[in-house]
Write a protein that binds this ligand. Structure first.
Ligand SMILES: NC(=O)c1ccc[n+]([C@@H]2O[C@H](COP(=O)([O-])OP(=O)(O)OC[C@H]3O[C@@H](n4cnc5c(N)ncnc54)[C@H](O)[C@@H]3O)[C@@H](O)[C@H]2O)c1
Length: 290
């Protein structure tokens, strides 16, 4: 099957990035969210990112304009009826995602492929809700999507090889490197990354070092481009907590117990860059100011 039209559900940090790389790769894109304000914020992020590529001479004015032209927005899932591939990037909540996939499974055209950008929720379970498990797959992009080369491709128990092949081809056309991993909690990326972030939060809670020192150790000693606490702010603390909970439940092992400090910060609405405050403080443009 040849993919021409891609639907993206959720216009947040990830969905807007996915819409951007899809449009830049030449696909017609429909981006859906639940409120106009979210769509506007998503489009603003896309304009900013494409603008930076243009400024740096990485794309031409024509490619910039064409990519923007290819993105339509909608508040209705009905707008996805013609899509060949629909990528879901809504909140990391299994119930929400299952409900969405029940609806998408019923309204998308029969041959369409449904994909989830979930960071950790079992693909096999989401596939079942969609009612089309053979044409369902995990397509896990990384943040910021326009810059990060990896897409983890996760087949559920019943995902067909054809579906995998189509999605691998789409990821390559977007300029990404797809790597296939099995459907286990957290896949590979978050099974390794999130316990490290959680441990950094525990180290902070225990007073082992200041947040700056914890991040500095990992940047200067391990050559990580960002320390784990900065990275947690960047990902979103709500998403980090949701992933730890999936790992904890999925493996039934207390080594994945979410840090109580992480839980408390999420309860307080300190979600990181997207709310202006997490471990650090950010201005409206997302620049760290404290
Ligand atoms: N943040 C990261 O670094 C990262 C990396 C890889 C994958 N992910 C995954 O991507 C997904 C989205 O994460 P994000 O960081 O973009 O979150 P976000 O909070 O920035 O955006 C989520 C968007 O989904 C919208 N939404 C919620 N429910 C919806 C529904 N039923 N229909 C349509 N839109 C709906 C919200 O309004 C919001 O705009 C999550 O599953 C997350 O685990 C995140």
């Amino acid at each position: 099957m040849e993919v021409k039209r891609i639907g993206v559900v959720g216009a947040g940090q990830m969905g807007s990035g996915i819409a951007q790389v899809a449009a830049s790769a030449g696909y017609e894109v429909v981006l859906v969210d639940v409120a106009e304000g979210f769509l506007e914020r998503g489009l603003a992020a896309i304009r900013r990112s494409l603008g930076k590529f243009l400024e740096k001479g990485k794309i031409t004015q024509e490619a910039h304009d064409e990519a923007l032209r290819r993105i339509r927005t909608s508040l209705s899932l009905e707008a996805l009826k013609d899509a060949d591939l629909i990528v879901e990037a809504i909140v990391e909540d299994e119930g929400e995602k299952r409900r969405l996939f029940e609806r998408l499974g019923a309204l998308a055209k029969p041959e369409a492929i449904l994909a989830s950008n979930t960071s950790s929720i079992p693909i096999t379970a989401l596939a079942r809700s969609s009612g089309r498990p053979e044409r369902f797959i995990g397509m896990h992009f990384f943040n910021p999507v326009p810059l990060m080369p990896l897409v983890e491709v996760i087949r559920g128990e019943l995902t067909s090889e054809e579906t995998r092949d189509v999605v691998v081809e789409v990821a390559r056309r977007m300029g990404k490197t797809p790597l296939e991993v099995q459907d286990y909690p957290g896949f590979v990326s978050n099974r390794l990354l999130m316990p490290m972030i959680n441990e950094a939060i525990e180290a902070l809670r225990e007073g082992v070092a200041t947040k700056e020192a914890i991040d500095g150790v990992m940047r200067l000693g391990m050559n990580h481009p960002m320390g784990p606490l900065e990275l947690a702010d960047f990902i979103g603390l709500d998403t980090c907590l949701a992933i730890m909970e999936v790992l904890h439940r999925g493996f039934g092992d207390d080594k994945y117990r979410p840090s109580p400090l992480l839980r408390r910060m999420v309860q307080a609405g300190l979600l990181g860059r997207k709310t202006g405050r997490g471990f650090y403080v950010y201005d409206e443009k997302g620049n760290k100011i404290g």
